[in-house]
Design a binder for this molecule. Structure first.
Ligand code: C5P
Length: 307
C-alpha cells in the first residue's frame, strides 16, 4: 500500500478529475538517429500552466469509453478511438489486471500536434489516475515502462516541472529551475508531425550545442541568461518543412520577448518574458500574427488532481 493511501476511503473513490499540463523544450539537441527509428536526444523540458481537463469514472464492464471535446480556440481532429493515447493508456491499466473499465471525458485546451506535449500529458495523467483509482496495480517501475511504451515524452509527464531528458526522451532527471517564468505562446492551427520533423533533421548537420550553461542559469533563476541560452536543433528541420514559420519567430522578437525558441518539433514558438506584465504586453503587440496566442507561467507538475 503506498504511503498516504487509506483502503477504506480508496474503495469508495471511483471518479477523479485531473488537469494535464503542456511542456516547452527550453533546450533540445539531437545527438543522432538510432537503429529503432528514434533519435537520441538531450532536452530540457519545462511545464507550463496550459492544461487539458480529464474526468475519469471507473465502470464494471472492462471496456474503455472516451469522449473528446475541444475547447474554443482548439482546431484539428483528435480521435476518441483506440489510437488516442488516453485510450491506449487506459487499456494498459485494464490489462494490468484491474478487471474494470473506465469512462473518460477529455476537454482539450492544449493545441493538437503543436510540440507542446498535450497528448503525452493526457497519457501520463490517465496512467496515474487509473492506477490510483484501482489501488496501484502497477508499481513505479511498471508505470514508467508503460509510459515509455506510450511515447517518448510520457515518462517526463509522470512528474513534469523542469527536467533533463535523454536517450529517446524517456530517461528523465529532475532539474532545479524557477517555477515563475512567464512565456507567450505563438500557436499555429496547422500541426506538424513529429516524425516528419525528425526525418527532415536526418539530412542536416548535427550541432554541438551544450546544455550545461542553461542548467546553471535555471538553477540561478537568471531569466535574461535563460532567454539567451534557449536552443532547439529541430528548428532548421521544421523551417525547411514550413518556411513561413520563420515569420512567427521574428514577430515574437519584434514584440519584445527576451528570447524565442520552437517547442519540440513545433510549430509552436514561445517567447520568454521577464514577468507577467511583460508577457501580456508582448502578447498584445503580436496582434493577429498567430492563429492563437496564450500567456502562460511555469507549472511545477504535469498531472494535477482537482478536488
Ligand atoms: O515517441 P513518440 O511516439 O512521441 O514519437 C513520435 C515520432 O517522433 C517517432 O515515431 C519518431 O519518428 C520521432 N521521434 C524520434 N526520436 C525521438 C522521439 C520521437 O525520432 N527521440
Amino acid at each position: 500500500m503506498p504511503p498516504g493511501s487509506h483502503p477504506e476511503t480508496r474503495l469508495e473513490l471511483d471518479t477523479m478529475r485531473i488537469r494535464t499540463h503542456a511542456k516547452l523544450n527550453l533546450f533540445l539537441r539531437v545527438l543522432g538517429s538510432r537503429k529503432d527509428g528514434y533519435h537520441d536526444l538531450e532536452t530540457i523540458l519545462h511545464g507550463v500552466k496550459l492544461f487539458d481537463e480529464i474526468d475519469i469514472t471507473t465502470t464494471d464492464d472492462a471496456g474503455v469509453d472516451l469522449q473528446v471535446t475541444c475547447a474554443p480556440g482548439v482546431r484539428g481532429q483528435l480521435s476518441s478511438g483506440e489510437d488516442n493515447l488516453i485510450h491506449r493508456a487506459a487499456e494498459h491499466l485494464v490489462r494490468a489486471g484491474a478487471g474494470k473499465g473506465a469512462a473518460i471525458r477529455l476537454l482539450k485546451r492544449i493545441p493538437i500536434g503543436a510540440g507542446l506535449g498535450g497528448g503525452s500529458a493526457n497519457a501520463a495523467g490517465t496512467l496515474v489516475a487509473l492506477n490510483e483509482l484501482w489501488g496501484h496495480p502497477l508499481n513505479v517501475s511498471e508505470l514508467l515502462a508503460a509510459a515509455t511504451a506510450l511515447g517518448s515524452d510520457v515518462p517526463y509527464c509522470l512528474t513534469g516541472g523542469t527536467a533533463l531528458a535523454t536517450a529517446r526522451g524517456e530517461q528523465v532527471t529532475p532539474l532545479a529551475g524557477p517555477d515563475s517564468l512567464w512565456f507567450v505562446l505563438g500557436i499555429s492551427h496547422r500541426p506538424l508531425l513529429t516524425r516528419d520533423v525528425y526525418r527532415r533533421w536526418d539530412g542536416l548537420e548535427a550541432s554541438n550545442a551544450g546544455s550545461a550553461a542553461l542548467m546553471r542559469a535555471l538553477d540561478a533563476g537568471d531569466v535574461a541568461a535563460i532567454a539567451a541560452l534557449l536552443h532547439n536543433d529541430l528548428e532548421p528541420a521544421a523551417l525547411l518543412l514550413r518556411p513561413e514559420l520563420e515569420e512567427g519567430r521574428a514577430a515574437l522578437e519584434r514584440a519584445g520577448a527576451l528570447g524565442t525558441c520552437l517547442s519540440g518539433s513545433g510549430p509552436t514558438w514561445y517567447g520568454l518574458c521577464s514577468d507577467e506584465g511583460h508577457a501580456r504586453r508582448t502578447a498584445d503587440a503580436l496582434g493577429d500574427r498567430f492563429d492563437r496566442v496564450e500567456v502562460v507561467r511555469s507549472s511545477r507538475t504535469c498531472v494535477e488532481h482537482i478536488d
